[in-house]
Design a binder for this molecule. Structure first.
Ligand SMILES: Cc1ncc(COP(=O)(O)O)c(C=O)c1O
Length: 496
């Protein structure tokens, strides 16, 4: 049941003269929606049974049913047969969603924020799921992580460093970790790194925010891939940059468009090893053309190499940073995919003259990354455990991708066409069977399945319909059960 204060809020909303023109069910629906938007009704919170709420407010049960039906259609609540209605788990921060009516409501609500603050708030941020369920994208398998080994290394670090490990650390990052990262990217990614060019951060997201604010001014233009990673676009929007979308084809970002652009553009952001979300790899000639463009225009290349550890077919391509003799490339790496997201360690490999400014800037954000985690990770890498873990997970993920491809081919062929990726933790699928993307995603969510829509990742917001299916964090049995549920949900949707 609603708390007294929640019920009063609903009643107060109903009584407001400015809402009088709305039908009663719409007023009730909006009142509840407002409680959800305000955070008064958090994700997972059960809503009163329609009969009980009808009685408390003094309306018919059909009116409440109509209100709940609309809330459900908009994705604010979930309805489970036999157990009632609940506030949806992902109500506020669904990644990739574009500004719409709900956000417009938020705009009226925000208390005295700066324009920048308002824009950040309205973007919805990039909060990811706390307990991922199939097919949440970009999530690695964490259940088999070698925790006893990690714990042992952490104990060793504490024993050796003693209470010194409890003090502040170097804002640029712990030296042993910077060395381990430099060795790793040089060997595995063909980078040109040294420990003193590595800046350890908490995430790629932090790296994008730092680059946006340190290398460009509000109003400056930055090329981004179209479609693009929502986290990058939001970081750049929040910094007041003008994102200039550049189409992506089977060979990656179309560099011809960049070279031909008559207006000044200060940087380009891209995911060349494994484009997010299409999964394509940027060809070598385009990499070289991009490096040449950046050198001629003194522009920056911001290279997000987020999941390149996991490549299942063909040889990995060397990163752009390693090919760039002009030091115009900032390489961004993260351990979110290769180890676990809760670690919160990412890094950048910087041109030498950017190391000091970027390090100073990061002290204004968070001082430094947690020392114990850095030192433990350094040991994990030095001991060869990182390489071993990545190799093991690569095998597991390749098998899971295989399983998913077969399952999609068998059970979802009437609805989607999979685009089997050469690597990464998710597979793009294009909708082919006449289903609408929003309806498909909502239908999936009703049966406990998360899909990230593709069309909203396009700059125009109406790119080709489809979704991403994360596969890495789910066992073959879980993948099968989820694909069957999804197929059933799609069949029901098609019939309705
Ligand atoms: C393209 C891309 N870059 C970066 C990240 C996030 O990495 P981090 O957790 O280090 O911010 C993701 C996560 O989904 C991603 O898909």
């Amino acid at each position: 049941m609603f708390k007294h204060s929640e019920l009063e809020s609903v009643k107060a909303w109903l009584a407001r003269p400015e809402h009088a023109a709305l039908p009663l069910h719409a007023r009730i629906q909006r009142a509840i929606r407002q409680l959800i938007l305000d955070g008064a009704l958090g994700p997972g919170k059960p809503l009163p049974a329609s009969r009980a709420l009808a009685k408390s407010i003094g309306v018919s049960r059909d009116t409440i049913e109509a209100a709940y039906g609309q809330l459900h259609a908009e994705g604010f609540i979930e309805r489970r047969v036999g157990s009632g209605s609940f506030v949806a788990e992902v109500t506020e921060f669904a990644p990739g969603r574009r500004v719409h009516q709900r956000d417009a409501l938020l705009r009226n609500q925000a208390p005295n924020l700066s324009q920048r603050g308002q824009a950040m708030f309205e973007s919805g941020g990039v909060r990811e799921m706390l307990a991922p369920r199939p097919f949440a994208h970009g999530v690695p398998e964490t259940r088999s992580f070698p925790l006893p080994l990690w714990e042992r290394l952490e104990r060793q670090v504490l024993k050796e460093a003693g209470t010194a490990a409890l003090l502040h650390g170097d804002p640029q990052g712990a030296e042993p970790l910077r060395r381990a990262i430099a060795d790793y990217v040089n060997l595995e990614r063909g980078a040109r790194a040294t420990a003193d060019r590595v800046l350890v951060l908490t995430s790629s997201q932090q790296a994008m925010t730092l680059c946006a604010n340190m290398l460009l001014d509000p109003g400056d233009r930055i090329f981004i891939e179209d479609p693009a990673y929502y986290g990058a676009r939001k970081a750049f929007d929040a910094a007041g940059l003008e994102c200039v979308p550049v189409p992506v084809d089977r060979q990656g970002i179309q560099v011809e468009g960049i070279v031909a652009e008559p207006r000044p553009v200060k940087a380009v952001f891209l995911t060349p090893s494994h484009q997010f979300p299409t999964g394509v790899t940027l060809t070598l000639d385009r990499r070289l053309a991009l490096i040449d463009w950046a050198a001629r225009h003194q522009a920056w290349i911001i290279e997000d190499d987020y999941d390149s550890e996991f490549r299942y077919a063909g040889k990995p391509t060397a990163c752009v940073q390693g090919l760039d003799p002009h030091d115009r490339t900032i390489y961004i790496g993260t351990f979110t995919k290769s180890l676990f997201p809760g670690l919160r360690i990412g890094y950048v490999i910087l041109p030498p003259h950017l190391v000091k400014p970027m390090t100073v800037a990061r002290t204004l954000l968070d001082g430094h990354t947690a020392s114990m985690a850095q030192l433990t990770l350094a040991r994990f890498m030095e001991g060869g455990h990182f390489g071993a873990h990545v190799r093991t997970m690569r095998g597991i993920y390749a098998d899971r991708l295989d399983v998913l491809v077969k399952l999609v081919g068998k059970h979802l062929h009437d609805f989607v066409e999979p685009r089997v990726p050469i690597g990464g933790l998710q597979m793009p699928c294009l909708l082919t069977g006449g289903l609408q993307e929003r309806a498909a995603i909502d239908a999936a969510r009703r049966v406990g399945i998360e899909l990230l829509g593709l069309s909203g990742l396009h700059a125009s917001g109406d790119g080709r319909a489809g979704f991403l299916m994360g596969f890495a964090a789910y066992t073959p049995t879980e993948l099968e059960a989820a694909v069957l549920r999804l197929a059933q949900a799609f069949r029901t949707l098609k019939r309705s």
